[in-house]
Design a protein around this ligand. Structure first.
Ligand SMILES: Cc1ncc(COP(=O)(O)O)c(C=O)c1O
Length: 439
């Protein structure tokens, strides 16, 4: 029904020609719903793209953005500052793990990832360990689309054909349906597999060559896979043992997704650096950040000249007043409504029960959940692998539900504000949608 010209915008991660045949246009959003051109309300069980954690259409955020635009819309962030970025950085540190009190702002998760890799590298260089220039990442990991992040990607389609850094080794992915199917929360098996793989990489490369490990605490775009028991603590131990930095990519897990402000707190593991974006201001204005241990910044500062930038890196829109004002207003919402811990409480439990009630649907081979994250995995049956998911995705949309398909895994991350009734609505619509495909 759209009268938009669909030719000029080359859309991201989109089969553009298929989109032009079957355009999907949203024109309005409120709470947990997106509205199509025809007015049909779609339950947004993905919080936009894992980002609208405080729900859509928050007037307080809109008002803060408007007021900031009228007060001071922009000033150069290189060698100059505006109050909101400092204010937000200070307030955010109330929610970060102990010892992490520095924020380097970016515009996106991808930029945060590449920035974190550069900070890690700079740290090793400046403390005289320049040989430590390799990275460890993980299969099925997703770390954005810049060249650093593309190199760390464990999703083959996102790396193939692109120039990537060769200094990366991969830990095995955490999805093990055979061993862990239908686990509620934390799966039992997998930490030993990671440990063996880690030690094999050390034996092959030598710890003196390795700068940092970067992983998502919970694998997100790779199919929503929580870490097995003890996994993150063991990884921290291994990094300490070998003098390797640990970077958590918290672009999805940050800002309340797991039941704590950050997964690092939830799993009681303090990384050296953390990346975040998405929920940072409720998905309203592009913004990301690298959160850095004080000791890392202090080491870099004490080993670089005092008359030049300590870090030759930054973006025009880093910590803009407008993005920071949105972040301050979103932080008010997170704090006032207790949203950082909501996914771990009664709502998280209701979500877990609702999700696992879908076990009887045809061809379901696994259901996973943690906090307000979830996944239902399907056996594609007679269909080629990865083609059932998109069919279910379309059927969900036709039945008023926005989920994500990652291959044959249906992945969910509702706004943290979701109500019990909306969770029930999700279950009803998901059942109907799957029934229409697999009847
Ligand atoms: C773990 C992770 N890292 C990085 C990114 C990239 O973030 P952005 O799309 O804001 O560049 C994403 C995006 O989904 C992500 O999930």
């Amino acid at each position: 029904m759209t009268d938009l010209n669909l030719k000029n915008w080359w859309m991201p991660f989109t089969n553009v020609r298929a989109f032009q045949e079957n355009p999907r246009i949203f024109t309005r959003a409120e709470g947990c719903f997106l509205y199509r051109e025809d007015g049909l309300p779609i339950l947004d069980i993905t919080a936009g793209l894992w980002c609208c954690n405080i729900g859509h259409g928050r007037k307080s955020v809109a008002d803060a953005v408007h007021a900031q635009l009228m007060q001071i819309d922009f000033a150069p962030p290189f060698q100059f500052g505006t109050p909101p970025a400092f204010q937000f950085a200070q307030r955010l540190m109330k929610h970060t793990p102990p010892g992490i009190n520095r924020a380097f702002f970016t515009n996106s998760g991808s930029e945060a990832v590449d920035t974190a890799l550069k900070i890690a590298h700079l740290y090793q260089q400046t403390r005289g360990k320049g040989g430590k220039s390799r990275f460890i990442s993980r299969q099925q990991g997703y770390h954005g689309v810049n060249i650093g992040g593309t190199s760390m990607q464990g999703l083959p389609t996102n790396r193939q054909g692109f120039p990537v850094l060769e200094q990366v080794d991969f830990l095995p992915g955490m999805l093990d349906i055979e061993a862990n199917a239908f686990t509620r929360g934390t799966p039992a098996h997998g930490t030993e597999i990671m440990t063996e793989a880690f030690e094999a990489i050390i034996a092959l490369r030598g710890a003196e060559q390795i700068c940092a490990v970067m992983i998502e605490p919970i694998s997100g775009a790779g199919g929503m896979v929580p870490p097995p028991v003890g996994y993150l603590k063991r990884l921290r131990e291994l990094c300490d043992q070998h003098d390797i930095l640990l970077i958590f990519d918290e672009v999805i897990t940050g800002f309340g997704r797991t039941g704590s402000a950050f997964a690092a707190t939830e799993y009681d593991v303090v990384p050296d650096l953390m990346t975040c974006a998405k929920g940072i201001n409720g998905g309203t204005v592009p913004m990301g950040a690298v959160l850095v241990k004080d000791a890392i910044q202090e080491s870099i500062f004490s080993n670089t000249p005092t008359n030049v930038p300590e870090f030759f890196h930054g973006n025009t829109y880093a910590g803009t007043p407008v993005a920071s004002a949105a972040a301050l207003a979103a932080l008010d919402v997170y704090e006032q409504e207790g949203l950082f811990t909501r996914a771990g409480g009664e709502t998280g439990k209701y979500w877990e029960d609702a999700l696992h009630s879908l076990k009887d649907l045809p061809q379901v081979i696994d259901i996973r959940n943690y906090g307000l994250l979830g996944a239902v995995s399907f056996d594609p049956g007679d269909l080629p692998a990865k083609s059932l998911g998109p069919k279910i995705h379309q059927s969900c949309l036709d039945n008023g539900l926005l989920c994500r398909a990652v291959g044959d895994h249906m992945v969910m991350s509702p706004p943290l504000t979701i109500s019990h009734q909306e969770i029930d609505l999700f279950v009803d619509r998901f059942r109907v949608a799957v029934g229409k495909v697999l009847d």
